[in-house]
Design a protein around this ligand. Structure first.
Ligand SMILES: COc1nc2nc(N)nc(N)c2nc1C
Length: 309
């Protein structure tokens, strides 16, 4: 039974990855459901097999009475803002001056309008999830983050690492949720960001589980042991580990390419099924990032271009 349960864990994990992360299921839902039912039956017969990594344990039963505080192993940064082309050109000039060369490249990412969270994996197992908080101390919302189907309960490799990302509510889920709230005479959420934040702050994980939240991961807390040398390699690594990253990221050689990417996504923004509030521009090479370092609270190697409100 233990062998079969382990087989079912990895099968259901793989099918879940294909469905929720790649959006390319390789088997019909009926196959997934059959295997899931088989696992539930085995776990009922052998409760000791009901481990925290089992897909049957995604939605915890108990309601917390409060969130614990969690200290992030590496602080979660905050980004300086740019509001126009001049700000971006000033940023690029500072990067060029700081590096003393113009042979560097950027990576551009959509800035998801959600809630910044940090996920901790130990030997591949998802062990803890927290809000950003003040950057050093956040709130333990592990039980709620476990309900996000695109977060694997175990990575494809036994890595120990902290990854950062943005949990969000897709636009369609936001509309449906607010329709339900209006029907029940409840106060609707103002926007998907507030809805995602409100859902992850619920003490009952069953409420978070009902909110159809999703996540895009964008950073590795401590790249040291991963051996990656650029941010874009880091994002590719996250993807191979089974984590969901945003597919619209782009390497840009010059600030002109960055400006082009920004105008492209300013136009395409309404076609996305999630809200974005800007574009994050980062110097791609990690050694260049180390050379440029940080100001008091933000990296000198990154900037967030914010769309006009
Ligand atoms: C390096 O620090 C950051 N990187 C980020 N990257 C993306 N894509 N989105 C963010 N919201 C973000 N936020 C921070 C503080």
């Amino acid at each position: 039974a233990q062998k079969r349960a382990a087989e079912l864990h990895s099968l259901l994990n793989q099918y879940g990855y294909e469905y929720y992360v790649l959006d390319e299921p390789s088997v019909p839902d009926s196959v997934y459901d059959e295997l899931y039912k088989e696992l539930v039956a085995i776990e009922q017969a052998f409760p000791e097999l009901q481990t925290e990594e089992s897909p049957t344990q995604r939605v915890g039963g108990q309601v917390l009475d409060a969130f614990q505080k969690v200290e992030h192993n590496t602080p979660m940064l905050s980004l300086g803002n740019a509001f126009n082309e001049q700000d971006l050109r000033d940023f690029d000039r500072r990067v060029k001056q700081g590096l003393g060369t113009d042979s560097y490249s950027y990576i551009c990412e959509l800035k998801i309008d959600g809630l910044a969270v940090s996920l901790r994996f130990e030997d591949g197992l998802f062990v803890k999830g927290a809000t950003r908080g003040n950057g050093t101390i956040g709130e333990d919302i592990t039980a709620n983050l476990r309900t996000i189907r695109s977060i694997p309960l175990r990575l494809n490799k036994p890595y120990t690492m902290e990854v950062r990302g943005e949990a969000y509510m897709p636009k369609k889920s936001f509309v449906t949720l607010n329709e339900k709230k209006e029907e029940n005479g409840e106060e609707p959420f103002a926007n998907p960001r507030n809805a995602a934040a409100g859902s992850l702050r619920q003490l009952d994980p069953r409420i978070a589980a009902s909110r159809n939240l999703d996540i895009f991961l964008y950073g590795i807390g401590d790249t040291g042991e991963t051996g990656v040398t650029s941010h874009s390699e880091g994002l590719d690594l996250l993807q191979t580990l089974g984590l969901k990253t945003n597919p619209h990221r782009k390497r840009c050689q010059t600030i002109e390419d960055v400006l082009e990417y920004i105008s492209e996504w300013t136009e395409k923004r309404p076609s996305l099924d999630y809200d974005i509030d800007g574009i994050v521009v980062k110097v791609d090479s990690l050694s260049h990032q180390d050379e440029l370092g940080m100001t008091a609270k933000s990296p000198r190697w990154a900037i967030a271009y914010k769309f006009p409100a």
